[in-house]
Design a protein around this ligand. Sequence first.
Ligand code: PLP
Length: 282
Amino acid sequence: MPDIGFVNGRFMPLEEATVSVEDRGFQFGDGIYEVIRTYHGKPFQLDAHLARFERSAKAIELSLPWSVHQWATHVRDGITRSGYAESKVYLQLTRGAAPRDHVFPASAKPTAVMTVREMKPMDSAIQTSGVAVMTMDDWRWGRCDIKSVNLLANVMARQKAKQAGAFEALFIRNGQVTEGAVSNVMMVKAGRVLTAPEGERILSGVTRTIVLELAHKEGLPVEERFVSSDEFLRADEIFLTGTTVEVLPVIRVDGKAIGPGGSGKPGPVTKRLQAAFQRLVG
Ligand code: PLP
Protein backbone atom coordinates (compact mmCIF):
# COMPACT_ATOMS: atom_id res chain seq x y z
CA MET A 1 0.00 0.00 0.00
CA PRO A 2 1.36 3.49 -0.78
CA ASP A 3 1.37 6.40 1.65
CA ILE A 4 -2.16 7.14 2.71
CA GLY A 5 -4.15 10.33 2.19
CA PHE A 6 -7.49 11.18 3.74
CA VAL A 7 -9.66 14.20 2.99
CA ASN A 8 -12.94 14.86 4.80
CA GLY A 9 -13.58 11.24 5.69
CA ARG A 10 -12.37 9.59 2.49
CA PHE A 11 -9.17 7.52 2.24
CA MET A 12 -7.09 7.52 -0.96
CA PRO A 13 -3.46 7.14 -2.07
CA LEU A 14 -1.56 10.19 -0.80
CA GLU A 15 -0.78 11.52 -4.28
CA GLU A 16 -4.52 11.75 -5.03
CA ALA A 17 -5.31 13.81 -1.92
CA THR A 18 -5.97 17.49 -2.73
CA VAL A 19 -7.66 20.50 -1.16
CA SER A 20 -8.92 23.77 -2.66
CA VAL A 21 -6.55 26.68 -3.34
CA GLU A 22 -9.08 28.73 -1.37
CA ASP A 23 -8.58 26.62 1.72
CA ARG A 24 -7.96 28.92 4.67
CA GLY A 25 -5.20 26.64 5.89
CA PHE A 26 -3.32 27.37 2.67
CA GLN A 27 -4.16 31.10 2.53
CA PHE A 28 -4.02 32.11 6.22
CA GLY A 29 -2.55 29.21 8.16
CA ASP A 30 -6.04 29.11 9.70
CA GLY A 31 -5.92 25.59 11.08
CA ILE A 32 -4.42 23.16 13.56
CA TYR A 33 -2.55 19.87 13.41
CA GLU A 34 -1.11 16.90 15.28
CA VAL A 35 1.69 14.43 14.59
CA ILE A 36 1.29 10.97 16.06
CA ARG A 37 3.69 8.06 15.73
CA THR A 38 3.26 4.36 16.29
CA TYR A 39 5.34 2.00 18.38
CA HIS A 40 4.80 -1.68 17.58
CA GLY A 41 2.18 -0.52 15.07
CA LYS A 42 -0.01 1.17 17.72
CA PRO A 43 -0.52 4.93 17.90
CA PHE A 44 1.41 6.23 20.90
CA GLN A 45 -0.53 8.47 23.30
CA LEU A 46 -3.39 8.83 20.83
CA ASP A 47 -5.80 10.09 23.50
CA ALA A 48 -3.37 12.80 24.62
CA HIS A 49 -2.79 13.92 21.01
CA LEU A 50 -6.51 14.03 20.28
CA ALA A 51 -7.20 15.91 23.53
CA ARG A 52 -4.64 18.54 22.45
CA PHE A 53 -6.18 18.60 18.96
CA GLU A 54 -9.54 19.33 20.56
CA ARG A 55 -8.02 22.06 22.78
CA SER A 56 -6.30 23.70 19.78
CA ALA A 57 -9.57 23.62 17.81
CA LYS A 58 -11.46 25.22 20.67
CA ALA A 59 -8.80 27.91 21.06
CA ILE A 60 -9.29 29.00 17.44
CA GLU A 61 -13.09 28.65 17.62
CA LEU A 62 -13.19 25.72 15.23
CA SER A 63 -15.57 22.79 15.72
CA LEU A 64 -14.24 19.29 15.18
CA PRO A 65 -16.35 17.58 12.49
CA TRP A 66 -16.15 14.27 14.41
CA SER A 67 -15.94 13.18 18.00
CA VAL A 68 -12.52 12.34 19.41
CA HIS A 69 -13.61 8.69 19.34
CA GLN A 70 -14.35 8.93 15.58
CA TRP A 71 -10.99 10.63 14.95
CA ALA A 72 -9.30 7.78 16.79
CA THR A 73 -11.10 5.29 14.54
CA HIS A 74 -9.91 7.17 11.42
CA VAL A 75 -6.33 7.23 12.73
CA ARG A 76 -6.33 3.49 13.46
CA ASP A 77 -7.97 2.79 10.11
CA GLY A 78 -5.26 4.85 8.33
CA ILE A 79 -2.49 2.97 10.13
CA THR A 80 -4.01 -0.38 9.18
CA ARG A 81 -4.41 0.69 5.55
CA SER A 82 -0.78 1.89 5.34
CA GLY A 83 0.55 -1.53 6.31
CA TYR A 84 3.83 -0.02 7.54
CA ALA A 85 5.56 -1.58 10.51
CA GLU A 86 5.72 1.93 12.04
CA SER A 87 3.76 4.93 10.80
CA LYS A 88 3.72 8.67 11.27
CA VAL A 89 0.22 10.11 11.19
CA TYR A 90 -0.35 13.78 10.40
CA LEU A 91 -3.77 15.26 11.20
CA GLN A 92 -4.82 18.69 10.07
CA LEU A 93 -8.06 20.60 10.40
CA THR A 94 -8.59 23.99 8.79
CA ARG A 95 -11.51 26.41 8.69
CA GLY A 96 -12.22 25.23 5.14
CA ALA A 97 -12.40 26.79 1.69
CA ALA A 98 -14.05 30.19 1.22
CA PRO A 99 -13.48 33.42 -0.76
CA ARG A 100 -10.46 35.12 0.81
CA ASP A 101 -11.48 37.30 3.76
CA HIS A 102 -9.77 37.44 7.14
CA VAL A 103 -13.08 37.25 9.01
CA PHE A 104 -14.40 33.72 9.59
CA PRO A 105 -16.65 32.65 6.69
CA ALA A 106 -20.31 32.28 7.62
CA SER A 107 -20.73 28.84 6.12
CA ALA A 108 -17.40 27.16 5.26
CA LYS A 109 -17.07 23.49 6.13
CA PRO A 110 -13.79 22.61 7.89
CA THR A 111 -11.25 20.65 5.85
CA ALA A 112 -10.00 17.53 7.63
CA VAL A 113 -6.83 15.98 6.27
CA MET A 114 -4.79 13.02 7.39
CA THR A 115 -1.65 11.52 5.94
CA VAL A 116 -0.01 8.27 7.00
CA ARG A 117 3.59 7.69 6.02
CA GLU A 118 6.31 5.34 7.10
CA MET A 119 7.95 6.34 10.38
CA LYS A 120 11.69 5.98 10.17
CA PRO A 121 13.22 5.93 13.64
CA MET A 122 15.88 8.46 14.50
CA ASP A 123 19.46 7.40 13.89
CA SER A 124 20.48 5.61 17.08
CA ALA A 125 24.03 7.01 16.79
CA ILE A 126 22.56 10.54 17.14
CA GLN A 127 20.42 9.43 20.07
CA THR A 128 23.60 8.17 21.74
CA SER A 129 25.98 10.99 20.88
CA GLY A 130 23.55 13.92 21.28
CA VAL A 131 23.14 17.03 19.15
CA ALA A 132 24.19 20.65 18.87
CA VAL A 133 21.53 23.38 19.10
CA MET A 134 21.51 27.11 18.57
CA THR A 135 19.49 29.74 20.39
CA MET A 136 17.55 32.55 18.73
CA ASP A 137 14.86 35.11 19.47
CA ASP A 138 11.42 33.62 19.96
CA TRP A 139 9.76 35.55 17.19
CA ARG A 140 6.58 33.46 17.19
CA TRP A 141 3.16 34.80 18.11
CA GLY A 142 1.77 34.87 21.65
CA ARG A 143 -0.23 31.61 21.57
CA CYS A 144 2.42 28.92 21.23
CA ASP A 145 0.14 26.56 23.21
CA ILE A 146 -2.06 26.22 20.11
CA LYS A 147 -0.70 23.67 17.65
CA SER A 148 -1.39 25.92 14.68
CA VAL A 149 -0.34 25.15 11.10
CA ASN A 150 1.05 28.68 11.02
CA LEU A 151 4.65 27.51 11.32
CA LEU A 152 6.62 30.11 9.36
CA ALA A 153 8.63 31.26 12.40
CA ASN A 154 9.50 27.64 13.24
CA VAL A 155 10.38 26.92 9.61
CA MET A 156 12.71 29.95 9.48
CA ALA A 157 14.28 29.00 12.81
CA ARG A 158 14.95 25.41 11.76
CA GLN A 159 16.44 26.56 8.47
CA LYS A 160 18.79 28.95 10.30
CA ALA A 161 19.75 26.13 12.65
CA LYS A 162 20.48 23.82 9.73
CA GLN A 163 22.63 26.47 8.05
CA ALA A 164 24.56 26.88 11.31
CA GLY A 165 25.12 23.10 11.53
CA ALA A 166 22.76 22.76 14.50
CA PHE A 167 20.06 20.13 14.89
CA GLU A 168 17.46 22.34 16.57
CA ALA A 169 16.70 26.01 17.20
CA LEU A 170 15.88 26.91 20.79
CA PHE A 171 13.77 30.00 21.32
CA ILE A 172 14.57 32.72 23.86
CA ARG A 173 11.81 35.17 24.80
CA ASN A 174 12.55 38.12 27.11
CA GLY A 175 15.82 36.44 28.14
CA GLN A 176 14.10 33.16 29.04
CA VAL A 177 14.32 29.80 27.29
CA THR A 178 10.93 28.66 26.03
CA GLU A 179 11.25 25.59 23.76
CA GLY A 180 12.61 24.30 20.48
CA ALA A 181 11.16 24.83 17.00
CA VAL A 182 9.92 21.20 16.99
CA SER A 183 10.58 20.07 20.55
CA ASN A 184 10.42 20.98 24.23
CA VAL A 185 13.66 21.46 26.09
CA MET A 186 14.67 20.44 29.61
CA MET A 187 17.82 21.10 31.62
CA VAL A 188 19.32 19.33 34.61
CA LYS A 189 20.99 21.22 37.44
CA ALA A 190 22.21 19.53 40.61
CA GLY A 191 20.01 16.52 39.91
CA ARG A 192 16.84 18.61 39.33
CA VAL A 193 14.99 18.57 36.01
CA LEU A 194 13.88 22.03 34.92
CA THR A 195 11.59 22.95 32.06
CA ALA A 196 9.39 25.88 31.03
CA PRO A 197 5.89 25.79 32.53
CA GLU A 198 2.77 25.08 30.50
CA GLY A 199 1.06 28.23 29.28
CA GLU A 200 0.91 30.40 26.20
CA ARG A 201 4.71 30.50 25.74
CA ILE A 202 5.16 26.82 24.84
CA LEU A 203 3.41 23.95 23.16
CA SER A 204 2.72 21.49 25.93
CA GLY A 205 4.32 18.41 24.40
CA VAL A 206 2.80 14.98 24.82
CA THR A 207 6.38 13.67 25.23
CA ARG A 208 7.12 16.45 27.77
CA THR A 209 4.28 15.19 29.98
CA ILE A 210 5.46 11.58 29.70
CA VAL A 211 9.08 12.47 30.47
CA LEU A 212 8.08 14.55 33.52
CA GLU A 213 6.06 11.58 34.77
CA LEU A 214 9.07 9.32 34.21
CA ALA A 215 11.28 11.79 36.11
CA HIS A 216 8.86 11.63 39.07
CA LYS A 217 8.93 7.83 38.93
CA GLU A 218 12.72 7.88 38.86
CA GLY A 219 12.67 10.02 42.01
CA LEU A 220 14.10 13.06 40.23
CA PRO A 221 12.88 16.44 41.48
CA VAL A 222 11.15 18.45 38.74
CA GLU A 223 10.70 22.22 38.55
CA GLU A 224 8.45 23.73 35.91
CA ARG A 225 9.75 27.29 35.64
CA PHE A 226 11.44 29.50 33.10
CA VAL A 227 15.22 29.69 33.17
CA SER A 228 17.30 32.54 31.83
CA SER A 229 19.67 31.91 28.95
CA ASP A 230 22.60 32.42 31.39
CA GLU A 231 21.28 29.78 33.77
CA PHE A 232 20.59 27.52 30.81
CA LEU A 233 24.19 27.72 29.62
CA ARG A 234 25.32 26.67 33.10
CA ALA A 235 23.18 23.51 32.97
CA ASP A 236 24.77 20.19 33.92
CA GLU A 237 22.74 18.54 31.17
CA ILE A 238 20.24 19.55 28.51
CA PHE A 239 17.90 17.42 26.44
CA LEU A 240 15.04 17.76 23.99
CA THR A 241 11.73 15.92 24.10
CA GLY A 242 9.23 15.40 21.29
CA THR A 243 7.37 12.87 19.21
CA THR A 244 10.11 12.60 16.60
CA VAL A 245 13.17 13.24 18.82
CA GLU A 246 11.94 11.21 21.86
CA VAL A 247 14.53 12.08 24.55
CA LEU A 248 17.53 13.55 22.77
CA PRO A 249 20.69 14.74 24.56
CA VAL A 250 22.01 18.21 23.73
CA ILE A 251 25.78 18.40 23.92
CA ARG A 252 26.44 21.86 22.52
CA VAL A 253 24.55 25.16 22.76
CA ASP A 254 25.76 27.96 20.48
CA GLY A 255 29.14 26.21 20.30
CA LYS A 256 29.51 25.81 24.09
CA ALA A 257 29.97 22.23 25.29
CA ILE A 258 27.32 20.97 27.74
CA GLY A 259 27.48 17.83 29.84
CA PRO A 260 29.25 16.66 32.97
CA GLY A 261 32.27 18.92 33.56
CA GLY A 262 31.72 20.63 30.21
CA SER A 263 32.48 17.32 28.49
CA GLY A 264 30.13 17.74 25.52
CA LYS A 265 28.75 14.28 26.34
CA PRO A 266 25.25 13.19 27.38
CA GLY A 267 24.89 13.20 31.16
CA PRO A 268 23.61 10.50 33.54
CA VAL A 269 20.14 11.96 34.17
CA THR A 270 19.49 12.34 30.45
CA LYS A 271 20.62 8.76 29.84
CA ARG A 272 18.41 7.52 32.66
CA LEU A 273 15.33 9.28 31.27
CA GLN A 274 16.19 8.17 27.76
CA ALA A 275 16.37 4.55 28.95
CA ALA A 276 13.12 4.90 30.92
CA PHE A 277 11.41 6.31 27.83
CA GLN A 278 12.71 3.47 25.65
CA ARG A 279 11.46 0.93 28.21
CA LEU A 280 8.04 2.59 28.12
CA VAL A 281 7.73 2.51 24.34
CA GLY A 282 9.56 -0.77 23.88
N1 PLP B 1 7.14 22.24 20.85
C1 PLP B 1 6.91 22.48 19.55
C2 PLP B 1 6.98 23.87 19.04
C3 PLP B 1 6.60 21.42 18.67
O1 PLP B 1 6.35 21.65 17.38
C4 PLP B 1 6.58 20.10 19.19
C5 PLP B 1 6.27 18.96 18.32
O2 PLP B 1 5.93 19.10 17.19
C6 PLP B 1 6.85 19.90 20.54
C7 PLP B 1 7.11 21.00 21.35
C8 PLP B 1 6.83 18.52 21.13
O3 PLP B 1 5.52 18.06 21.24
P1 PLP B 1 5.18 16.49 21.26
O4 PLP B 1 5.96 15.91 22.38
O5 PLP B 1 3.71 16.46 21.52
O6 PLP B 1 5.56 15.97 19.95
